[in-house]
Design a protein around this ligand. Structure first.
Ligand code: PLP
Length: 390
Protein backbone atom coordinates (compact mmCIF):
# COMPACT_ATOMS: atom_id res chain seq x y z
CA UNK A 1 0.00 0.00 0.00
CA UNK A 2 1.32 3.40 -0.95
CA UNK A 3 1.62 6.27 1.51
CA UNK A 4 0.58 9.46 -0.22
CA UNK A 5 2.42 12.62 0.74
CA UNK A 6 -0.02 15.48 1.24
CA UNK A 7 2.71 17.60 2.85
CA UNK A 8 4.42 18.09 -0.51
CA UNK A 9 4.43 21.73 -1.64
CA UNK A 10 3.51 22.01 -5.31
CA UNK A 11 4.20 25.18 -7.30
CA UNK A 12 0.92 25.93 -9.08
CA UNK A 13 1.68 29.45 -10.30
CA UNK A 14 2.04 29.79 -14.04
CA UNK A 15 -0.49 27.07 -14.89
CA UNK A 16 -3.46 29.43 -15.49
CA UNK A 17 -4.94 28.07 -12.32
CA UNK A 18 -7.74 30.21 -10.94
CA UNK A 19 -6.66 29.92 -7.31
CA UNK A 20 -3.06 31.12 -7.74
CA UNK A 21 -2.99 32.94 -11.07
CA UNK A 22 -6.05 35.20 -10.74
CA UNK A 23 -5.12 36.94 -7.50
CA UNK A 24 -4.69 40.41 -9.02
CA UNK A 25 -8.14 40.24 -10.64
CA UNK A 26 -9.87 39.00 -7.49
CA UNK A 27 -7.95 40.58 -4.62
CA UNK A 28 -6.37 43.55 -6.42
CA UNK A 29 -2.88 42.27 -5.58
CA UNK A 30 -0.66 39.23 -6.24
CA UNK A 31 0.61 39.45 -2.68
CA UNK A 32 -1.83 37.17 -0.87
CA UNK A 33 -1.58 33.52 0.11
CA UNK A 34 -4.40 31.92 -1.91
CA UNK A 35 -6.82 30.09 0.39
CA UNK A 36 -10.02 30.66 -1.52
CA UNK A 37 -11.47 28.85 -4.58
CA UNK A 38 -12.37 25.26 -3.71
CA UNK A 39 -9.65 23.14 -5.21
CA UNK A 40 -6.77 21.67 -3.28
CA UNK A 41 -3.05 22.36 -3.51
CA UNK A 42 -2.25 18.63 -3.61
CA UNK A 43 -1.17 16.77 -6.73
CA UNK A 44 -3.98 15.06 -8.60
CA UNK A 45 -3.45 11.36 -7.77
CA UNK A 46 -0.78 9.47 -9.70
CA UNK A 47 -3.27 6.90 -11.08
CA UNK A 48 -5.33 9.68 -12.73
CA UNK A 49 -2.21 11.27 -14.21
CA UNK A 50 -0.96 7.88 -15.42
CA UNK A 51 -4.24 7.04 -17.16
CA UNK A 52 -4.20 10.37 -18.99
CA UNK A 53 -0.55 9.98 -19.99
CA UNK A 54 -1.22 6.51 -21.32
CA UNK A 55 -4.14 7.77 -23.37
CA UNK A 56 -1.94 10.61 -24.66
CA UNK A 57 0.53 8.04 -25.97
CA UNK A 58 -2.01 6.95 -28.54
CA UNK A 59 -1.71 10.38 -30.14
CA UNK A 60 -5.19 10.56 -31.69
CA UNK A 61 -7.84 12.51 -29.75
CA UNK A 62 -10.93 12.03 -31.88
CA UNK A 63 -14.64 12.13 -30.92
CA UNK A 64 -15.12 9.76 -28.03
CA UNK A 65 -18.18 8.26 -26.36
CA UNK A 66 -18.47 7.22 -22.70
CA UNK A 67 -16.62 3.88 -22.75
CA UNK A 68 -18.17 0.89 -20.92
CA UNK A 69 -15.17 0.77 -18.57
CA UNK A 70 -15.92 4.37 -17.51
CA UNK A 71 -19.62 3.65 -17.08
CA UNK A 72 -18.83 0.61 -14.97
CA UNK A 73 -16.42 2.53 -12.71
CA UNK A 74 -18.93 5.35 -12.17
CA UNK A 75 -21.90 3.09 -11.46
CA UNK A 76 -19.89 0.87 -9.08
CA UNK A 77 -18.65 3.85 -7.11
CA UNK A 78 -22.11 5.27 -6.46
CA UNK A 79 -23.70 1.92 -5.77
CA UNK A 80 -21.01 0.86 -3.33
CA UNK A 81 -20.58 4.20 -1.55
CA UNK A 82 -24.13 5.48 -1.32
CA UNK A 83 -26.42 2.57 -2.03
CA UNK A 84 -28.22 4.33 -4.86
CA UNK A 85 -29.53 2.00 -7.52
CA UNK A 86 -27.33 3.67 -10.07
CA UNK A 87 -27.83 2.37 -13.57
CA UNK A 88 -26.21 4.25 -16.41
CA UNK A 89 -29.60 4.57 -18.09
CA UNK A 90 -30.56 6.83 -15.17
CA UNK A 91 -27.31 8.79 -15.27
CA UNK A 92 -25.82 11.25 -17.68
CA UNK A 93 -22.45 12.86 -18.24
CA UNK A 94 -22.43 16.54 -17.22
CA UNK A 95 -19.35 18.71 -17.76
CA UNK A 96 -19.60 20.58 -14.44
CA UNK A 97 -22.04 20.59 -11.55
CA UNK A 98 -22.70 24.31 -11.78
CA UNK A 99 -23.38 23.89 -15.50
CA UNK A 100 -25.70 21.03 -14.59
CA UNK A 101 -27.61 23.28 -12.21
CA UNK A 102 -27.90 25.91 -14.95
CA UNK A 103 -29.21 23.22 -17.35
CA UNK A 104 -31.90 22.19 -14.86
CA UNK A 105 -33.02 25.79 -14.50
CA UNK A 106 -33.22 26.11 -18.28
CA UNK A 107 -35.12 22.83 -18.64
CA UNK A 108 -37.61 23.21 -15.76
CA UNK A 109 -38.13 26.93 -15.15
CA UNK A 110 -38.89 30.11 -17.03
CA UNK A 111 -37.36 33.57 -16.61
CA UNK A 112 -39.02 35.19 -13.62
CA UNK A 113 -39.50 31.89 -11.78
CA UNK A 114 -38.27 31.59 -8.21
CA UNK A 115 -35.51 29.27 -7.01
CA UNK A 116 -35.20 28.24 -3.36
CA UNK A 117 -31.84 28.15 -1.59
CA UNK A 118 -30.73 28.03 2.03
CA UNK A 119 -28.13 30.65 2.88
CA UNK A 120 -25.29 31.15 3.43
CA UNK A 121 -24.49 29.04 0.41
CA UNK A 122 -22.00 28.44 -2.41
CA UNK A 123 -22.27 31.65 -4.51
CA UNK A 124 -23.26 30.09 -7.89
CA UNK A 125 -26.51 28.90 -6.24
CA UNK A 126 -27.37 32.60 -6.10
CA UNK A 127 -25.63 33.84 -9.25
CA UNK A 128 -26.82 31.20 -11.70
CA UNK A 129 -30.55 31.84 -11.07
CA UNK A 130 -29.95 35.59 -11.02
CA UNK A 131 -27.93 35.72 -14.25
CA UNK A 132 -30.44 33.58 -16.10
CA UNK A 133 -33.34 35.87 -15.19
CA UNK A 134 -34.71 33.69 -12.38
CA UNK A 135 -34.92 34.97 -8.82
CA UNK A 136 -33.49 33.20 -5.82
CA UNK A 137 -35.49 33.09 -2.63
CA UNK A 138 -33.39 32.42 0.43
CA UNK A 139 -34.25 30.65 3.64
CA UNK A 140 -31.64 31.45 6.28
CA UNK A 141 -29.94 28.54 8.02
CA UNK A 142 -29.80 28.60 11.80
CA UNK A 143 -26.61 27.78 13.71
CA UNK A 144 -27.39 25.32 16.49
CA UNK A 145 -24.54 23.94 18.60
CA UNK A 146 -22.00 25.01 16.00
CA UNK A 147 -23.79 23.32 13.11
CA UNK A 148 -26.17 24.59 10.44
CA UNK A 149 -29.82 23.61 10.74
CA UNK A 150 -32.67 24.24 8.35
CA UNK A 151 -35.60 26.38 9.47
CA UNK A 152 -38.37 24.12 8.14
CA UNK A 153 -41.22 26.52 8.85
CA UNK A 154 -39.48 29.23 6.89
CA UNK A 155 -38.52 26.78 4.14
CA UNK A 156 -42.14 25.70 3.81
CA UNK A 157 -43.28 29.31 3.57
CA UNK A 158 -40.65 30.20 0.94
CA UNK A 159 -41.27 26.98 -1.01
CA UNK A 160 -44.78 28.17 -1.82
CA UNK A 161 -43.47 30.58 -4.43
CA UNK A 162 -40.64 28.43 -5.88
CA UNK A 163 -40.26 25.95 -8.74
CA UNK A 164 -36.85 24.49 -7.87
CA UNK A 165 -34.69 24.15 -4.77
CA UNK A 166 -30.89 23.89 -4.94
CA UNK A 167 -29.57 21.93 -1.99
CA UNK A 168 -25.87 21.48 -1.18
CA UNK A 169 -25.56 18.02 0.40
CA UNK A 170 -23.11 18.18 2.16
CA UNK A 171 -23.30 21.90 2.63
CA UNK A 172 -20.82 24.47 1.40
CA UNK A 173 -19.63 26.64 3.23
CA UNK A 174 -20.68 24.95 6.51
CA UNK A 175 -19.51 21.41 5.69
CA UNK A 176 -22.77 20.16 7.19
CA UNK A 177 -23.58 16.52 6.43
CA UNK A 178 -27.38 16.54 6.44
CA UNK A 179 -28.92 13.60 8.29
CA UNK A 180 -31.50 11.29 6.67
CA UNK A 181 -34.20 12.91 8.81
CA UNK A 182 -33.21 16.43 7.75
CA UNK A 183 -33.23 15.40 4.10
CA UNK A 184 -36.58 13.63 4.50
CA UNK A 185 -38.15 16.81 5.82
CA UNK A 186 -36.79 18.84 2.91
CA UNK A 187 -38.02 16.18 0.47
CA UNK A 188 -41.46 16.14 2.04
CA UNK A 189 -41.90 19.92 1.91
CA UNK A 190 -40.60 20.19 -1.65
CA UNK A 191 -42.73 17.29 -2.91
CA UNK A 192 -45.87 18.73 -1.37
CA UNK A 193 -45.12 22.20 -2.73
CA UNK A 194 -44.13 20.86 -6.17
CA UNK A 195 -40.59 22.19 -5.91
CA UNK A 196 -38.08 20.09 -7.86
CA UNK A 197 -34.94 19.44 -5.78
CA UNK A 198 -31.45 19.71 -7.24
CA UNK A 199 -29.21 17.78 -4.85
CA UNK A 200 -25.62 18.90 -5.36
CA UNK A 201 -23.54 16.10 -3.83
CA UNK A 202 -20.15 17.16 -5.15
CA UNK A 203 -18.66 17.11 -1.62
CA UNK A 204 -20.12 13.71 -0.67
CA UNK A 205 -16.91 11.72 -1.13
CA UNK A 206 -15.16 14.12 1.22
CA UNK A 207 -17.36 13.31 4.20
CA UNK A 208 -14.96 13.30 7.13
CA UNK A 209 -14.33 10.39 9.50
CA UNK A 210 -17.17 9.87 11.98
CA UNK A 211 -19.87 11.20 9.63
CA UNK A 212 -21.92 9.46 6.97
CA UNK A 213 -23.20 10.97 3.75
CA UNK A 214 -26.80 10.20 2.82
CA UNK A 215 -27.63 10.59 -0.84
CA UNK A 216 -30.81 12.63 -1.21
CA UNK A 217 -32.71 10.18 -3.42
CA UNK A 218 -32.38 7.38 -0.87
CA UNK A 219 -34.31 9.02 1.98
CA UNK A 220 -37.91 8.67 0.77
CA UNK A 221 -40.24 8.15 -2.18
CA UNK A 222 -40.77 11.91 -2.24
CA UNK A 223 -37.04 12.45 -2.66
CA UNK A 224 -36.69 9.66 -5.24
CA UNK A 225 -39.47 11.00 -7.45
CA UNK A 226 -38.69 14.70 -7.21
CA UNK A 227 -34.97 15.24 -7.65
CA UNK A 228 -31.93 15.50 -9.85
CA UNK A 229 -28.64 14.68 -8.13
CA UNK A 230 -25.18 15.77 -9.23
CA UNK A 231 -21.92 14.03 -8.32
CA UNK A 232 -18.35 14.56 -9.47
CA UNK A 233 -14.84 13.28 -8.83
CA UNK A 234 -13.52 16.83 -9.20
CA UNK A 235 -13.34 17.94 -5.55
CA UNK A 236 -12.32 14.57 -4.16
CA UNK A 237 -9.48 13.86 -6.57
CA UNK A 238 -8.50 17.45 -7.29
CA UNK A 239 -9.34 17.34 -10.97
CA UNK A 240 -11.84 20.20 -11.37
CA UNK A 241 -10.07 21.25 -14.56
CA UNK A 242 -11.17 17.98 -16.19
CA UNK A 243 -14.91 18.73 -16.02
CA UNK A 244 -16.25 15.24 -15.45
CA UNK A 245 -19.49 15.31 -13.44
CA UNK A 246 -22.56 13.10 -13.66
CA UNK A 247 -26.21 13.43 -12.80
CA UNK A 248 -28.57 10.77 -11.50
CA UNK A 249 -32.30 11.08 -12.18
CA UNK A 250 -34.35 8.14 -10.85
CA UNK A 251 -37.83 9.42 -11.72
CA UNK A 252 -38.71 8.49 -15.34
CA UNK A 253 -40.70 11.64 -16.15
CA UNK A 254 -38.14 14.05 -14.79
CA UNK A 255 -35.40 12.03 -16.47
CA UNK A 256 -37.11 12.15 -19.87
CA UNK A 257 -37.57 15.89 -19.67
CA UNK A 258 -34.01 16.55 -18.52
CA UNK A 259 -32.23 14.13 -20.85
CA UNK A 260 -34.28 15.44 -23.79
CA UNK A 261 -33.09 18.92 -22.92
CA UNK A 262 -29.47 17.73 -22.79
CA UNK A 263 -29.78 15.90 -26.10
CA UNK A 264 -31.59 18.76 -27.82
CA UNK A 265 -28.78 21.09 -26.81
CA UNK A 266 -26.01 18.70 -27.85
CA UNK A 267 -24.82 18.35 -24.28
CA UNK A 268 -24.61 14.59 -24.25
CA UNK A 269 -20.99 13.85 -25.12
CA UNK A 270 -18.26 14.36 -22.57
CA UNK A 271 -14.69 14.95 -23.54
CA UNK A 272 -12.01 12.37 -23.82
CA UNK A 273 -9.87 13.25 -20.79
CA UNK A 274 -12.91 13.70 -18.58
CA UNK A 275 -13.83 10.06 -19.18
CA UNK A 276 -10.26 8.83 -18.76
CA UNK A 277 -9.66 10.84 -15.58
CA UNK A 278 -12.98 9.99 -13.93
CA UNK A 279 -12.65 6.30 -14.70
CA UNK A 280 -9.19 6.12 -13.13
CA UNK A 281 -10.34 8.10 -10.09
CA UNK A 282 -13.35 5.89 -9.41
CA UNK A 283 -11.53 2.66 -10.27
CA UNK A 284 -8.35 3.15 -8.24
CA UNK A 285 -9.16 6.04 -5.91
CA UNK A 286 -10.50 4.60 -2.66
CA UNK A 287 -7.20 4.25 -0.81
CA UNK A 288 -6.10 7.74 -1.88
CA UNK A 289 -9.45 9.16 -0.78
CA UNK A 290 -9.21 7.54 2.66
CA UNK A 291 -5.70 8.85 3.22
CA UNK A 292 -6.79 12.31 2.01
CA UNK A 293 -9.66 12.31 4.51
CA UNK A 294 -7.26 11.54 7.36
CA UNK A 295 -5.05 14.42 6.27
CA UNK A 296 -7.98 16.82 5.92
CA UNK A 297 -9.29 15.84 9.34
CA UNK A 298 -5.83 16.65 10.68
CA UNK A 299 -6.02 20.05 8.97
CA UNK A 300 -9.48 20.73 10.42
CA UNK A 301 -8.29 19.90 13.95
CA UNK A 302 -5.09 21.86 13.48
CA UNK A 303 -6.89 24.97 12.20
CA UNK A 304 -9.56 24.96 14.89
CA UNK A 305 -6.98 24.48 17.67
CA UNK A 306 -4.72 27.15 16.21
CA UNK A 307 -7.52 29.70 16.05
CA UNK A 308 -8.68 28.88 19.58
CA UNK A 309 -5.18 29.49 20.83
CA UNK A 310 -4.20 32.55 18.79
CA UNK A 311 -7.46 34.29 17.87
CA UNK A 312 -10.13 32.97 20.25
CA UNK A 313 -12.68 35.52 19.10
CA UNK A 314 -12.86 33.83 15.68
CA UNK A 315 -15.50 31.10 15.70
CA UNK A 316 -14.89 28.29 13.21
CA UNK A 317 -17.76 26.03 12.23
CA UNK A 318 -16.39 22.48 12.47
CA UNK A 319 -17.00 20.89 9.05
CA UNK A 320 -18.41 17.37 8.85
CA UNK A 321 -17.27 17.16 5.24
CA UNK A 322 -14.77 18.70 2.83
CA UNK A 323 -11.94 21.18 3.18
CA UNK A 324 -13.68 24.50 3.78
CA UNK A 325 -13.82 26.37 7.05
CA UNK A 326 -16.58 28.92 7.65
CA UNK A 327 -15.15 31.54 9.99
CA UNK A 328 -17.20 33.95 12.07
CA UNK A 329 -15.36 37.22 12.79
CA UNK A 330 -18.39 39.09 14.14
CA UNK A 331 -16.98 39.33 17.66
CA UNK A 332 -14.49 41.91 16.31
CA UNK A 333 -17.37 44.22 15.47
CA UNK A 334 -15.78 45.25 12.16
CA UNK A 335 -17.75 46.43 9.14
CA UNK A 336 -17.57 43.63 6.56
CA UNK A 337 -15.56 45.68 4.03
CA UNK A 338 -13.00 46.45 6.73
CA UNK A 339 -12.72 42.74 7.58
CA UNK A 340 -12.12 41.96 3.90
CA UNK A 341 -9.53 44.75 3.67
CA UNK A 342 -7.67 43.53 6.75
CA UNK A 343 -7.46 40.00 5.36
CA UNK A 344 -6.11 41.18 2.00
CA UNK A 345 -3.92 44.10 2.98
CA UNK A 346 -2.72 43.21 6.48
CA UNK A 347 -2.95 39.44 6.77
CA UNK A 348 -2.17 39.03 3.06
CA UNK A 349 -4.38 35.99 2.69
CA UNK A 350 -6.89 35.45 -0.10
CA UNK A 351 -10.11 34.19 1.49
CA UNK A 352 -13.67 34.09 0.15
CA UNK A 353 -15.76 36.98 1.42
CA UNK A 354 -18.76 35.83 3.44
CA UNK A 355 -21.21 38.18 1.75
CA UNK A 356 -20.71 36.33 -1.56
CA UNK A 357 -22.64 33.51 0.17
CA UNK A 358 -25.69 35.68 0.77
CA UNK A 359 -26.52 38.45 3.21
CA UNK A 360 -26.17 35.97 6.11
CA UNK A 361 -22.44 35.89 5.39
CA UNK A 362 -21.82 39.39 6.74
CA UNK A 363 -18.89 39.17 9.19
CA UNK A 364 -17.80 35.75 7.89
CA UNK A 365 -15.00 34.54 5.62
CA UNK A 366 -14.36 31.12 4.08
CA UNK A 367 -10.94 29.55 4.44
CA UNK A 368 -9.83 26.71 2.15
CA UNK A 369 -7.76 24.22 4.17
CA UNK A 370 -7.18 21.78 1.28
CA UNK A 371 -3.44 22.42 1.31
CA UNK A 372 -0.24 21.13 2.91
CA UNK A 373 -0.18 21.72 6.67
CA UNK A 374 2.76 24.14 6.31
CA UNK A 375 0.69 26.36 3.99
CA UNK A 376 -2.25 26.18 6.37
CA UNK A 377 -0.07 27.16 9.31
CA UNK A 378 1.35 30.11 7.36
CA UNK A 379 -2.17 31.31 6.45
CA UNK A 380 -3.48 30.95 10.00
CA UNK A 381 -0.47 32.71 11.43
CA UNK A 382 -1.01 35.66 9.07
CA UNK A 383 -4.71 35.87 9.98
CA UNK A 384 -4.05 35.71 13.72
CA UNK A 385 -1.24 38.29 13.60
CA UNK A 386 -3.44 40.75 11.73
CA UNK A 387 -6.11 40.35 14.40
CA UNK A 388 -3.78 40.45 17.39
CA UNK A 389 -4.18 44.09 18.30
CA UNK A 390 -7.94 44.13 17.63
C1 PLP B 1 -21.51 22.83 -3.65
C2 PLP B 1 -20.67 22.96 -4.89
N1 PLP B 1 -21.21 22.67 -6.07
C3 PLP B 1 -20.49 22.76 -7.21
C4 PLP B 1 -19.18 23.20 -7.21
C5 PLP B 1 -18.42 23.33 -8.48
O1 PLP B 1 -18.68 22.27 -9.32
P1 PLP B 1 -18.19 22.25 -10.82
O2 PLP B 1 -16.76 22.69 -10.83
O3 PLP B 1 -18.36 20.84 -11.21
O4 PLP B 1 -19.08 23.17 -11.58
C6 PLP B 1 -18.58 23.51 -5.99
C7 PLP B 1 -17.21 24.02 -5.95
O5 PLP B 1 -16.75 24.55 -4.98
C8 PLP B 1 -19.34 23.40 -4.80
O6 PLP B 1 -18.82 23.68 -3.62
Amino acid sequence: MMDYNFDELVERRGTSCVKHDMLKEVFGTQDVLPMWVADMDFKTPDFVVKAIKERCDHEVFGYTFAPPSYVCAVVNWFQSHYGIEAKWSKMHFIPGVVQGIAFVLQAFTQPGDHVLVTTPVYPPFLNVPHRSGRRFVSSSLKTVNGRFEIDYEDLEEKAKECKVMILANPHNPGGTVWTPEELRRVAEICYRRKVLVIADEIHADLTLPGHKHTSFTTVSEEAFHNSITFFAPSKTFNMAGLGSSVCYVPDPDIRRQFFNFLDANELSLGHLFAYVGAEAAFRYGEEWRLQLLQYLQGNVDFAIDYLKQHAPKVVAMRPEASFLLWLDFRAYGLPHEELVRIMIEEAKVGLNSGTDYGADGEGFMRLNIGCPRATLEEGLSRICQALQSR
